[in-house]
Design a protein around this ligand. Structure first.
Ligand code: SF4
Ligand code: SF4
Length: 208
């Protein structure tokens, strides 16, 4: 992420997922994500013991990342098997998690040796915002199956610390519900046609 915040990041990971109550209040803290990353807690870094809980990418998102970066998908995507408990738990929050990791088969962001996302550079995410994974753009927000905005609870997320309402977190991250809802609809479209098979560098159209 650049200096300023903006929903940008990626990952759930073994952390507890919970809903917060809705409405009220605005604070506005434009450097909150930058401070979070400086403290080493930003959501673009995944600790070793949390990798089993990384979110799954859809083919549609991967294609956007490939177009924006000029890289072949296999450079930044790793195919693996997600932990069954994670997929089951996340699917209880919303079935879309199961759709993006069918049978636990997952296409996830490749990580650097220190646990940073492949695309994380010194100044933040190197992808243009429009090409970032939708989970990254929405985090820490999500929707319940009934369409209610919620926060994916994480103690390490600075934007959530001390917040009692979803609206407080929205304000701190300069997010709004309408934009998040539009992003989520897009993810639903991508998830509907998702194929979790690993990318094969020998396949036509996926060469380096
Ligand atoms: S794609 Fe960008 S925003 Fe998402 S985890 Fe990687 S560096 Fe962070
Ligand atoms: S404050 Fe939350 S959303 Fe921002 S970088 Fe930290 S974990 Fe990510």
């Amino acid at each position: 992420m650049g200096k300023k915040r903006r929903a940008c990041h990626g990952r759930p990971a073994g952390h507890k997922i919970k809903a917060m109550e809705q409405p009220r209040q605005t604070t506005g803290d434009h450097d909150i994500c930058a401070r979070c990353h400086l403290a080493g807690d930003g959501c673009c870094r995944i600790a070793d013991d949390r990798r089993g809980g990384m979110f799954g990418l859809t083919r549609g998102e991967i294609e956007l990342m490939a177009q924006a970066s000029g890289l072949a998908p296999e450079a930044f995507v790793e195919a693996d098997q997600a932990e069954a408990a994670f997929v089951a738990g996340a699917s209880k929050i919303h079935p879309i998690f199961g759709q993006t990791m069918p049978g636990g088969r997952r296409l996830r962001l490749r990580l650097q040796a220190d646990g940073a996302c492949y695309f994380l550079g010194p100044a933040g995410c190197q992808l243009p915002v429009a090409a970032r994974p939708i989970y990254c753009r929405m985090y820490p927000f999500w929707f319940t199956p009934g369409g209610r905005l919620m926060v994916l609870g994480s103690r390490s997320c600075l934007a959530q610390q001390g917040a009692r309402r979803v609206r407080e977190v929205l304000a701190r991250l300069d997010q709004n519900e309408a934009d998040l809802r539009a992003l989520f609809r897009r993810l639903e479209e991508f998830a509907a046609g998702h194929q979790p098979e690993a990318y094969d560098s020998s396949s036509p159209g996926h060469g380096a």
